[in-house]
Design a protein around this ligand. Structure first.
Ligand code: ATP
Ligand code: MG
Length: 398
């Protein structure tokens, strides 16, 4: 008899011909998630993935596995040989344990037999195992409608036995949809946007813009702390940290002051797009949300959209702030995001901002600047920070 954690995935199963690519990625991601836990092994047994583990580390295994995208639910389970006598005894022991631990008084056995070579049919197995357990424990009753213990037997090349389901995050295996470049500010929204797209299978890179020395070192540390939280799900994130002070100065010198915010945003998008292309990313991801702030009107979004060629994914576009905050709390980024360090956007904040910018007008203003030169210099001076499993792995200029 072996103790293990059964893992269920959802949508991957709908992938038709590509299923094996998705399954491989999924199993690999589970392996990565438990790589630091001693003496666990991940087994992929004909579409049934499970982790064999030591009992002591059980909570750690559950917590690591339920953070892997694609996992719909997990069940602590035991595995026994396909021998009806062994199955009966294991079921009895399992029900006894649950009675003690949870004060259960009623039970039901439910069988799924995918192994058609097993000599008994499903109703027979239910009856044999259920009857045996029922006779062996006097104070226990069968309840087919609402049992305290629903013990499921899954008969494959072994028999798996479980009674609990712990929910996972769902989604698609991380990296199965290619790469995306997240514009990561220190705010509440962008980490949530990154999380949501990562959950759909996009591998994340990140670009952060600052205006050092107008913005402090702490502002960058805040972004690194946010990225650390995201590595709970992504394992690694490479942050490209870009100083846009020179660009902001140029805008404030040559362009109408009320266009500062929107033009800065255009530069951010263009720089992010350049880096994304170099890093083999197929899209940009932002935390933009319709109507949240002055720059996030349909007109504002139209301008930023029109000036980059790469698709810009805005997973939060239709969310209410309270919904975004709920996810931020769930992924533990909220408390970091609300720390009061200045954002580069606040440095040159004009008294009045255009809320309905017109593309032609913004393009005319931008034409007054040496766009390519400014972008190239900013990228040349970038710093790259690699965050891995909650730690800064490397800090270098590139
Ligand atoms: P957030 O909470 O993510 O900062 P926000 O509500 O403050 O968003 P804006 O400041 O208008 O909204 O930014 C919209 C989006 O633009 C952000 O979600 C982020 O993707 C990107 N962005 C803004 N500032 C920066 C920055 N300094 N570095 C990287 N990306 C940024
Ligand atoms: Mg912001």
């Amino acid at each position: 008899m072996k103790e293990l954690l059964l893992i269920r995935y959802g949508e991957i199963a709908l992938k038709g011909k590509n299923i094996s690519v998705f399954q491989k990625k999924f199993t690999k991601n589970i392996k990565k998630a438990v790589a630091n836990i001693e003496e666990v092994s991940v087994i992929d047994n004909y579409g049934r993935v499970y982790v064999e583990h030591l009992k002591e580390d059980f909570d750690r295994v559950v917590s690591a596995v339920t953070k892997v995208f694609g996992v719909v639910s997990v069940s602590p389970a035991i595995r026994v040989d396909n021998d009806i006598e062994k199955i009966k005894l294991a079921a009895l022991e399992e029900v006894r344990r649950l009675m003690v631990e949870e004060g259960a008084k009623t039970f039901k056995i439910e069988t799924r037999r995918t192994n058609k070579g097993f000599p008994y049919k499903t109703p027979e197995i239910n009856q044999m195992v259920g009857g045996f357990v029922n006779q062996s424990i006097e104070e226990l009753k069968v309840d087919v409608n609402n049992p305290d213990i629903l013990l499921t037997l899954e008969i494959r090349n072994h028999t798996f036995m479980f009674s609990k389901r712990i929910k996972g995050l769902g989604g698609m295996p991380y990296g199965s949809a290619g790469k995306g470049m997240l514009l990561l500010s220190g705010g509440i929204d962008s980490p949530v946007a990154g999380y949501l797209m990562a959950r759909r299978g996009l591998e994340l890179g990140a670009v952060h813009f600052h205006s050092y020395p107008f913005t402090s070192e702490r502002a960058l540390e805040k972004v690194i702390d946010l990225a650390k939280k995201l590595t709970d799900y992504t394992i690694n994130i490479k942050i490209h940290s870009i100083n846009i002070l020179e660009i902001q100065k140029a805008i404030s010198e040559h362009c109408p002051s009320e266009e500062m915010t929107i033009i800065s945003r255009v530069f951010m998008m263009k720089i992010a797009e350049k880096i994304a292309t170099k890093m083999d990313c197929k899209c940009l991801i932002t935390g933009e949300n319709l109507g949240q702030v002055a720059s996030q009107t349909m007109e504002g979004l139209t301008v930023t959209n029109s000036l980059v060629a790469m698709p810009v994914l805005r997973p939060l576009i239709a969310y209410d702030k309270v919904e975004i905050i709920e996810i931020a709390k769930q992924i533990d980024t909220f408390d970091i995001s609300i720390l009061p360090y200045e954002d580069c956007c606040t440095v040159f904040l004009p008294k009045r901002v255009v809320t309905k910018p017109r593309l032609e007008k913004i393009e005319a203003s931008i034409a007054l600047l040496d766009v390519e030169g400014l972008i190239e210099r900013a990228i040349e001076l970038q710093e790259v920070i690699i965050v891995s499993e909650g730690e800064v792995l490397e800090l270098k200029s590139e």
